[in-house]
Write a protein that binds this ligand. Structure first.
Ligand code: 3DU
Length: 211
């Protein structure tokens, strides 16, 4: 049976709150995804602290020239991240630069194909991004649960690499994507809930039933 993992998107601003929530829900999640809100508020050291609880995915959506992208990826991995997220539209050389750093740390690279919030500039592009991710040996893609039909199409392109889908919960994404995804990324529906542990448990159980 295929197991779909739950990734906590921890976009809170306070260190204590981040650590409390992560500890609270750790039994139900496979990874903690850290984004700019938390790192810009608490400093990059929070990646190491959270890594003691669960492996951290550094969601810096790296989208710069290869030189700068490599530095950003290195900072993430040196601080304990197990994976980084890079924007595919930044191009092959940028993704390669990030992959080279990841190799040094035995880390993984996930490529954003298209955003949940807008497909305006991704139409016709995201399929090419997915193809590139596979060709370069990336470990996964980020695909939008708000458009399950796109996740299905992207799955046909990428095959068996990881597919991580944000957008479930606050953004109204569809759990239909569990047919194609390996990981579901959930933020506000857990950390803004009155009882984050209970909410994470409920989502976790739902994922197990849908499997
Ligand atoms: O909407 P939520 O609160 O469940 O958080 C979703 C997280 O996933 C958040 O960190 C956001 O930056 C990230 N993400 C998307 O929501 C959509 C994407 O296409 C890519 C990343």
């Amino acid at each position: 049976m295929r197991k779909i993992e739950l990734v906590l998107a921890l976009d809170v601003l306070e260190r204590e709150k981040a650590l409390d929530i992560a500890n609270d829900v750790k039994d139900y999640i496979s990874h903690i995804k850290v984004n700019y809100p938390l790192v810009l508020s608490c400093g990059v050291g929070i990646i190491g602290e959270l890594s003691k609880i669960k492996p951290v995915i550094a969601d810096f959506k790296i989208a710069d020239i290869p030189y700068t992208s490599e530095i950003i990826a290195r900072i993430a991995f040196e601080n304990g991240a197990k994976a980084v997220i890079v924007h595919g539209f930044a191009g092959r050389e940028t993704v390669k630069a990030v992959l080279n750093v990841a190799k040094e740390f035995d880390g993984e690279v996930y490529v954003v194909t298209e955003l949940t919030s807008s497909e305006e500039f991704f139409k016709g592009i995201s399929d090419k991004i997915a193809k590139m991710a596979v060709e370069l040996g990336c470990h996964g893609i980020i695909a939008p649960s708000t458009r399950p039909e796109r996740v299905k199409a992207l799955k046909e392109i990428v095959g068996d690499i990881k597919i991580l889908c944000p957008g479930i919960g606050a953004q109204g994404g569809s759990l239909e994507v569990v047919k194609y995804a390996t990981h579901i990324i959930v933020g506000r529906a857990i950390y803004n809930s009155k009882n984050p542990k209970k909410s994470a448990e409920e989502i976790y159980k739902k994922l197990s039933q849908l499997d």
